[in-house]
Design a protein around this ligand. Structure first.
Ligand code: GLN
Length: 272
């Protein structure tokens, strides 16, 4: 079949953007370039693969897992079922972290740790954009660490990757802690495509969703330099409870809560 025929076929089964993304990925071009090849015949082997993968999409498997990668901050990251799919909100976390880092620290030779790194998207993006950072990525999942390692190798970035339950197995001291920890409450309603496909370990943060913040805020006291910044992605209803927790654990620190582009409270920045 021709490219155009396969797109039409795909569109009859799944969202048209997904059909195009999938075919483009299999042909090693981007979705826009695909339109230059509408008339071209697709090799039989690729047509077969396309149809197989289309069936996975029909079964509600996320497009990012089907394709095996995702765009984050303009860069391709490998992703599989062992890791959370990097989200747009997390790009905002990275963007705001860079802004505050710039304002708060004059010297950019900073020791930074990305807790619960998953694909490595946060830490690797920061390292790429600010090469002077001494970056450590940690995760508790061996499979996630493997994914982070593959992304690190692909990008040729010099970072340290360690298996650890947040800060437990690392010594520090750090200037910056950044994390998008699991923060969904036990039993909270979430989209079925997320619930059925993404790792629970990367999603759920205990009864009130705050367990990981509790752990990090507790562990970090002995692992931070006197001048420090902590950047958290948070659930949109967690602001008040988290502010309480932060002041309980860290005393009189400066805290800024930021909204995302959809105007929801989604990030917290803590400064010594
Ligand atoms: N740090 C990764 C991300 O933001 C993974 C986060 C997680 O697994 N909760 O995509």
């Amino acid at each position: 079949m021709r490219v155009e025929d396969l797109i039409v076929y795909g569109k009859s089964k799944v969202h048209s953007e997904h059909a195009k993304m999938l075919l483009a990925a299999l042909l090693n071009v981007n979705s826009l370039e695909l339109l230059n090849y509408l008339d071209q015949e697709v090799p039989e082997e690729i047509e077969k693969k396309f149809k197989e993968k289309l069936a996975e999409l029909v079964k509600n498997r996320p497009i990012q897992y089907v394709i095996g990668n995702v765009n984050f901050y303009g860069e391709e990251f490998l992703v599989n079922e062992s890791t959370l799919i990097p989200r747009f909100e997390t790009e905002e976390l990275v963007e705001n972290t860079i802004m505050y880092l710039d304002e708060f620290f004059e010297d950019k030779n900073l020791k930074v740790i990305d807790l619960g790194t998953g694909t490595g998207c946060i830490g690797l993006t920061l390292k790429k954009l600010i090469p002077s950072l001494d970056m450590t990525l940690v995760d508790i999942s061996d499979n996630a660490l493997e994914m982070a390692r593959q992304n690190q190798e692909k990008k040729g970035l010099d970072v340290t990757i360690i298996k650890s339950n947040f800060l437990e197995q690392v010594s520090g001291p750090f200037d910056i802690i950044i994390s998008n920890p699991p923060y969904i409450k036990e039993g909270e309603e979430i989209e079925s495509i997320v619930k059925e496909n993404e790792p629970s370990l990367a999603l759920y943060g205990g009864k009130d969703g705050l367990d990981c913040y509790r752990t990090i805020l507790n562990q970090c006291k002995s692992k931070l330099n006197p001048k420090f910044m902590i950047a958290f992605e948070i659930g949109c209803n967690q602001r008040e409870e988290l502010l309480k927790l932060i002041h309980q654990e860290l005393g009189n620190v400066k805290v800024i809560c930021k909204k995302d582009l959809s105007n929801r409270d989604r990030m917290i920045f803590i400064f010594s």
